[in-house]
Design a protein around this ligand. Structure first.
Ligand code: GAR
Length: 193
């Protein structure tokens, strides 16, 4: 059985979408995989309450003096599940190159923009401020450079008159919930994980 570990920081709706998909028709089980654990860097992450039926852990970044120490503790927690895939799902910490290299080929992120446009934060407001007519989300491999790495899937949504960052984020999020499980299935079917 291939283990998947999901890292979250906030509401965890992408994580919940993956777990829901996994429970529907034993989707992941048929691909020989399971969500083994959800790990949050925030004890108060609302998403933790939704991580039903899987192991839950908190590695609180505030307990560590440096980014390196936090990443070492996180790596220790993640590795205890021997993961074939590590999914960043609204995980809002920049990861050190050592951490990223350790999971090379099995570390995936979802980002709320059409990369390479709008890396980093406040993607929806920046898309609106730029006058973009479309926005979207990208699932990509994680490399040491923030929000770079091979693009695995993208979803495009229209920007409509009257959109705010919040309305656009909600429209994009519904698409994120579709493309992230699709990419996981593709990777499990095609990659040597
Ligand atoms: C999602 O929109 C995700 O793409 C974004 O945070 C949100 C998390 O929502 N990720 C990033 O901005 C990473 N840089 P969720 O916690 O409900 O899945």
């Amino acid at each position: 059985m291939k283990n998947i570990v999901i890292l979250i920081s906030g509401s965890g709706s992408n994580m919940a979408a993956i777990i829901r998909a996994a429970q529907r028709e034993h989707w992941l089980e048929r691909l020989g995989a399971r969500v083994a654990a959800v790990i949050s860097n925030r004890p108060d992450a609302p998403g933790m309450a939704q991580a039903q039926g899987v192991a839950r852990e908190v590695v609180d970044h505030r307990d560590f003096a440096t980014r390196e120490e936090f990443d070492a503790a996180l790596q220790h927690a993640v590795d205890s599940y021997s993961p074939s895939l590590v999914l960043l799902a609204g995980f809002m910490r920049i990861l050190t190159p050592n951490f990223v290299r350790h999971y090379e080929g099995r570390l995936i992120n979802i980002h709320p923009s059409l990369l390479p446009a709008f890396t980093g934060l406040n993607t929806h407001q920046r898309a609106l401020d730029t006058g973009c007519k479309v926005a979207g989300a990208t699932v990509h491999r994680v490399t040491p450079e923030l929000d770079h790495g091979e693009i695995l899937a993208q979803a495009v949504v229209p920007i409509v008159v009257g959109d705010t960052a919040a309305t656009l984020a909600a429209r994009v999020l519904t698409q994120e919930h579709l493309i992230y499980p699709q990419v996981i299935a593709q990777l499990l079917q095609t990659a040597t994980l």
